[in-house]
Write a protein that binds this ligand. Structure first.
Ligand SMILES: NC(=O)c1ccc[n+]([C@@H]2O[C@H](COP(=O)([O-])OP(=O)(O)OC[C@H]3O[C@@H](n4cnc5c(N)ncnc54)[C@H](O)[C@@H]3O)[C@@H](O)[C@H]2O)c1
Length: 380
């Protein structure tokens, strides 16, 4: 493709603004149009607070998706709350536009599958905002683990309800939370596992391959602990079974009144384990003669991984997308829309498992079996 990639952004809230900032710094792109139903989100003064130096000269703004489609374009970014899609992404793909969709692409499996089919039919490039794959630490872990047999992957996240940010969607006018903190609300976010847990789950997939089954139990928030629509469960225990035989656990809390968050990550292969420490990933394994000729020195077991400097992963994923779209070559991407479907299926499958009392959900069955039809469908 000759010339700069002409890009439109749908949704100029928290994530759309971050993508706008990244695209503004990629010389191979031209931001052509910004679309948001709320005019305050398109005001130059507001946009400039998030993207210093931005000028709207030469950039169209519109409040309707149809107007965005009238603009000559090559690619569209979708950065809207996951329950708010109304076929826009499908129409963009059908028009031959490359698609960058924010995670989770939908709260409903059927809708995500329809999006995937539209992208495949059109033969356009598609990706999903799993920018954490572009973190040099995570890339180094992937390379280190490549020839190892992963056994257990563990992610513990202690989060606080109050750390959710105030979003830019006027949820108070759309039947949502009055305080615009929609990520804390079950109907809008689809649960913390779907909205946030999908990132660590996708990283597990980056290292361990495809998820085959899932089992989950969520601990509901006590009624007296619910305020301002913040009704997501307060705790989540999810087990992901990988096709390789490895097992991953994701334990998440989103507690109120704690004001303390922390976490722990551990990846065990059959002869060692790896932790992400403050200075970077460190693998612990023994490489001397076996059996050892005496006491093993614990210091000799610690192997910090060599990693490159950490950069802006939001910029990195957009650079990959722009290269892929300009050259019509998905191999520039670390995840395509299609390859990301297993992450979506796994977290939506976790919700399903919880609804079924912790039943094991086989993801192939979740995708196709008639017994799950109602769970896949988007309510009318
Ligand atoms: N990859 C990441 O790390 C990351 C980080 C934050 C958010 N996200 C994801 O990005 C998506 C958007 O989240 P956000 O935090 O930006 O939310 P937000 O509420 O701050 O912003 C959404 C924007 O979309 C606009 N909008 C809503 N419906 C629209 C529609 N039909 N057409 C056009 N615009 C519409 C809203 O007015 C708002 O400006 C979510 O799926 C979220 O999970 C991803």
């Amino acid at each position: 493709m000759a010339g700069r990639l002409r890009v439109g952004i749908v949704g100029l809230g928290q994530r759309g603004l971050q993508h706008l900032g990244a695209l503004w710094h990629i010389p191979e792109t031209q931001v052509a149009v910004l679309c948001d139903p709320f005019s305050e989100n398109l005001a130059e003064e507001k946009l400039r607070r998030f993207v210093p130096g931005l000028s709207l000269a030469g950039i169209r703004t519109c409040d309707r998706f149809e107007s965005l489609l009238d603009t000559p374009l090559d690619a569209v970014y979708f950065c809207i709350p996951p329950g708010r899609h109304q076929g826009e992404l499908i129409r963009a793909a059908e028009k031959g536009l490359h698609v960058f969709a924010e995670k989770p692409v939908s709260l409903f499996l059927d809708e995500a599958l329809e999006m995937e089919r539209a992208i495949q039919r059109a033969g356009v490039v598609g990706t999903v905002g799993f920018q954490q794959r572009h973190d040099t630490w995570h890339l180094a872990i992937r390379d280190f683990l490549r020839d190892k047999r992963l056994v257990l992957l563990t992610q513990v996240t202690n989060g606080t309800l109050e750390s959710h940010s105030i979003k830019h969607t006027r949820t108070e006018e759309l039947g949502g939370p009055s305080n615009r903190v929609w990520a804390a609300n079950l109907a809008w976010s689809g649960s913390t596992v779907v909205e946030a847990g999908i990132h660590p789950l996708d990283l597990m997939r980056f290292w361990a391959g495809e998820v085959a089954w899932v089992r989950a139990n969520y601990i509901p928030r006590a009624p007296e602990d619910i305020a301002d629509g913040g009704d997501n469960p307060c705790g989540y225990a999810v087990t992901f079974g990988f096709a390789s035989g490895a097992v991953g656990t994701l334990n998440f809390t989103r507690l109120r009144r704690t004001f303390w968050g922390d976490g722990y990550q551990d990846l065990a292969w059959d002869h060692g384990h790896l932790q992400i420490e403050a200075e970077g990933p460190v693998a612990y394994y023994y490489e001397g003669p076996y059996p050892p000729q005496g006491k093993v020195d614990p210091a000799a077991l610690r192997h910090p991984l060599q990693t490159g400097p950490r950069g802006d992963t939001t910029l990195a994923i957009s650079r990959a997308f722009v290269d892929a779209a300009q050259k019509g070559d998905a191999s520039f991407l670390l995840n395509t829309f299609s390859s990301s479907m297993n992450s979506h299926t796994a977290v939506l499958g976790a919700n399903l498992s919880d609804q079924l009392g912790g039943e094991k959900v086989d993801l192939k069955e979740f995708l196709t079996h008639p017994k799950y039809t109602a769970f896949r469908r988007k309510p009318a």
